[in-house]
Design a protein around this ligand. Structure first.
Ligand code: 3SL
Length: 241
């Protein structure tokens, strides 16, 4: 296994894509997706375009679907929910399909949608994703941070570092064989420095500040937890590795 970390969708190469890609948007898309699946959502279908989301979800029975839309951190008018993991209670979403579009998380997924395996990860399901990777042993893995409108996000890189650190430790692969690019070492260093203060890191991050201005303090605390959900959201899994 060789790991590459790309801080944003824009920094992700378009050729030589990894066998397995992992989209990360700790605040909050991939945290919300993991929570929705853990709490019984039938599936999560991701769209970058709101009109396409409306058209596709229209084909689904109204009592079996949830439309989730976020732009600029706020819920899109007319949608059932925004992008808060707290909207994903079992009462709200059990047995339903979530049709979701968010500002950056969906763009990261789109960038790697042709990889043979496409997963999403957040801090809350880091361990489950690492166990999945250890069982599959893909030759190359790329973690793509969602960033914010093309720029770097601390919270996505610290999550990439958390995954990288755990995978490196558990696989026993020498670090220089394991790391496909320098970002891997940098992300691990960031994680090791902040691993006991992830909530503070999320609060310091520019998107954390944006969400605090929107008053979603509890979301930040929730998103900063590690390894609390045993769920691996798989967007796509094709053929042999
Ligand atoms: O950009 C995204 O995809 C969202 O996760 C942003 S927010 O946390 O819902 O504001």
């Amino acid at each position: 296994m060789k790991l590459f970390i790309y801080h944003t969708p824009e920094l992700t190469p378009t050729d030589n894509l990894p066998v397995c890609a992992i989209a990360v948007d700790v605040l909050r898309a991939t945290t919300t997706m993991a929570t929705a699946l853990n709490n019984g959502a039938e599936a999560v279908q991701v769209f970058s375009d709101l009109d396409k989301l409306m058209a596709e979800s229209e084909k689904w029975p109204a009592d079996k679907r949830i439309r989730a839309g976020e732009r600029g951190g706020a819920k899109v008018d007319g949608f059932d929910m925004g992008n808060s993991p707290f909207d994903c209670t079992p009462e709200n979403i059990e047995g339903k399909r979530i049709f979701i579009s968010t500002t950056n998380g969906t763009r990261a997924l789109q960038r790697v949608e042709t990889c043979r395996i496409v997963l999403t990860a957040a801090l809350i399901n880091r361990k489950a994703v690492v166990q999945f990777l250890l069982s599959k042993q893909p030759e190359t893995i790329g973690i793509v941070g969602s960033g914010w409108e093309g720029s770097y996000s601390l919270e996505d890189t610290v999550c990439a570092g958390a995954i990288a650190h755990s995978l490196l430790t558990e696989s026993g692969i020498p670090a220089t064989d394991f790391a496909g690019n320098d970002e891997v070492f940098a992300a691990i260093a960031l994680y090791l420095q902040w691993q006991n203060q992830l909530h503070q890191l999320l609060e310091s991050a520019s998107h954390g500040q944006r969400l605090l201005r929107l008053g979603v303090i509890e979301d930040l605390k929730y998103c900063a937890q590690t390894d609390i959900l045993d769920v691996v959201p798989i967007q796509r899994e094709l053929g042999v590795l």
